[in-house]
Design a binder for this molecule. Sequence first.
Ligand SMILES: O=C(O)c1ccc[n+]([C@@H]2O[C@H](COP(=O)([O-])O)[C@@H](O)[C@H]2O)c1
Ligand SMILES: Cc1cc2nc[nH]c2cc1C
Length: 356
Amino acid sequence: MLAETLAAIRPADPGAIAAARAYQDRLTKPRGSLGALEELAVRLAGAAGTSPPPMPEPAALAIFAGDHGVHTRGVTPWPQEVTVQMVANFLAGGAVANAFAAQAGVPVTVVDVGVAADLPDAPGLVKQKIAYGTDDLSKGPAMSVDQAVRALEAGITVARDLVASGARCLITGDMGIANTTASAALIAVFAGRDPAEVTGRGTGIDDATYQLKVDVVRDALRTNGLSGAMTAPSEALRALAAVGGFEHAALAGFILGGAAARVPVILDGVIAGAAALVAAALDPAATDHCVAGHRSAEPGHTVALDHLGLHPLVDLELRLGEGSGGLLAHPILCAAVRVMHDVATFDSAGVTEKPV
Ligand SMILES: O=C(O)c1ccc[n+]([C@@H]2O[C@H](COP(=O)([O-])O)[C@@H](O)[C@H]2O)c1
Ligand SMILES: Cc1cc2nc[nH]c2cc1C
């Protein structure tokens, strides 16, 4: 399924990009006056292969949840059981993601790809558990390559199912206590950066814990024999298995699945950024279908977005995850595309253009 999905991904269409850019200039507004929204609409046209691009609605949020063996190293102040407790909170509608999703009119799906407990069946819960949490990435591979592929395929399946039910925009969400450590390790590997440059304070840690966290990321890279920027697809799978989480792998699959369906994928924060680096290493064209919803406060997120060449739409110092930043960005995507559907041209409205 992974190979089939990768084979289906098409890069942005230069003809649609050129047509969208030319059309932007005919709309009744000074050229360039919508700033980054114009480029956003042009990118979406390229990704869809048609200008104007289709409206990116309805959207759907998928929150991928997993636990992390590296939790035992003390990289986060939160107990591991908060992951499963927050999954219950998402399903009950009580989390920030639910509030933002209600505001944006976006349905929420929660996917268990690796939480360390069994969950009862519930509406909105998709059970795709690969294992009860990863192994400690600082002691050896977090998971096997086979598990990484199965988690990727779980993400592809969720993307396919949401698109089959009518979603025309996918939003990434994540939940996993300790997952900013795995994110930092992935970003260090895929962007070829030193762990100190890409490790952040996650949910909030003191200076001593921060130092420990950087050392844990360093241990992870050394123990797993990872260094330099990984780009070849076979290396990418090994690196993902070595230092990723099940939610990172599933999110990478979700991105690839959206890209294959030519449906835009709004990336949330640092966990999605790390997953997008994995997806890009498997197929660089996947990035053409991604929009950076926001810039997280985690330093590794900025590194990941720079490496991907993506510009965040919202910059509010959020560091929550769950898809919160992606949800805030969705109305911005809709507005950018609606301009291309609704706004009159100088010709049609009889508005005089500025002399050249
Ligand atoms: O989205 C982000 O950029 C982000 C930044 C910091 C923390 N988080 C969330 O907080 C959890 C991980 O934080 P930590 O400190 O336990 O590694 C996990 O559930 C993430 O969704 C998310
Ligand atoms: C309470 C809480 C909510 C979260 N949502 C995403 N990550 C989280 C981490 C914690 C600790």
